[in-house]
Design a binder for this molecule. Structure first.
Ligand SMILES: [Zn+2]
Length: 324
């Protein structure tokens, strides 16, 4: 083998050209393509009989230290073990928020309203933007249904001090409204929630219908009391064309920690024992009926099934079941 000086030179030139390929790209008119700031599609559309169901993404927020929220009566090791077993990080978790828009053909009904302006700095408060992206205007919404009156569910009901949905009526849970409106909450840990309800919900009461357990919200949509998370927390059964879907709101707030271990205590649940009993009751039914559900804090796109597994339930994300 006898490489001449010339062929060595040629080989060297070839090698240099190959290594310099990136610099050739910079001769284009636009040298850089910035990373997109869009992280996910803003809505997820499903069919249920003759109803159209749209999950609107209100955004996502990461929080530290999952064990300070879920499994507060368990050891750090137990909580971390369950997270690790399910491929989840142990130091941080993500919350997503999923208001749901249902077009029944006669009504356009929004279930919960997201964080609103107060959540925007943290990356949430995008319900309205995504409602528009999904093809509707706020003027078209005929009814706003509130599952319970925590800030991440009622924050978007007003925008700039005015009702976000100018033509809508409202459906509020009677027990929930009565609890949060009560002035005896002043000076309690629930004082902030009380003030939010007085500011944003009470002025809308004259355009509201107050529902209780078993109430019909609209044709095919029924309220089911599911207290524990809050005193008037409610879930909804939606039925169209012989198909059922449950909106479970905040019955379970994490797809692993709340479902695999329904009895673990959750900081956000007002009555921890009642919340655990409700979790079991609601998800036993969903598992037995093998119907899909949308959980407000299930990982976006927020739709799935559950099957009984071990001490609790296993979350099975929806894929194409509701498209065909
Ligand atoms: Zn919530």
């Amino acid at each position: 083998m006898n490489l001449s000086r010339r062929s060595l030179f040629k080989f060297g030139a070839f090698g240099a050209a190959a290594l310099s390929t990136p610099s050739l790209i910079t001769t284009r008119a636009f040298a850089e393509v910035p990373m997109s700031t869009v992280t996910q599609a803003g809505f997820n559309r499903l069919k249920l009989g003759s109803f159209e169901v749209t999950v609107l993404q209100d955004g996502a927020r990461a929080v530290e230290n999952p064990q300070s929220i879920f499994g507060t009566n368990k050891t750090k090791e137990e909580v971390e073990g369950l997270l690790t077993e399910n491929f989840l990080p142990i130091d941080k978790m993500q919350f997503t928020f999923a208001p749901v828009l249902v077009n029944t053909g006669t009504d356009l009904i929004l279930f919960d309203t997201g964080n609103g302006a107060g959540g925007r700095e943290g990356g949430a408060g995008r319900m309205l933007e995504n409602l528009k992206a999904s093809g509707y205007t706020p003027e078209q919404v005929t009814l706003v249904v509130i599952s319970h009156m925590h800030g991440d569910h009622i924050g978007g009901i007003t925008e700039g001090g005015a009702p976000t949905f100018p033509n809508a009526r409202y459906a509020f849970g009677q027990a929930e409204f009565d609890f949060w409106k009560d002035e005896k909450l002043i000076g309690s840990p629930a004082e902030g929630g009380h003030k939010g309800v007085v500011a944003n919900i009470v002025p809308l009461a004259e355009k509201a219908t107050f529902y209780g357990d078993g109430a019909s919200i609209a044709s095919g949509i029924t309220a089911i009391a599911a207290a524990g998370h809050t005193p008037g927390h409610t879930v909804f059964n939606i039925e169209s064309g012989g198909r059922n879907l449950m909106l479970t709101a905040d019955t379970a707030n994490h797809f692993v920690l709340s479902l695999r271990q329904p009895d673990w205590e959750v900081r956000f649940d007002a009555d921890k024992a009642a919340a655990a009993a409700t979790r079991r009751k609601v998800f036993e039914r969903i598992a037995a009926d093998r119907i899909p559900f949308i959980g407000y804090h299930m990982p976006y796109p927020s739709v799935g099934y559950v099957e009984k597994a071990g001490e609790g339930f296993r979350f099975v994300p929806e894929t194409y079941q509701l498209d065909i």
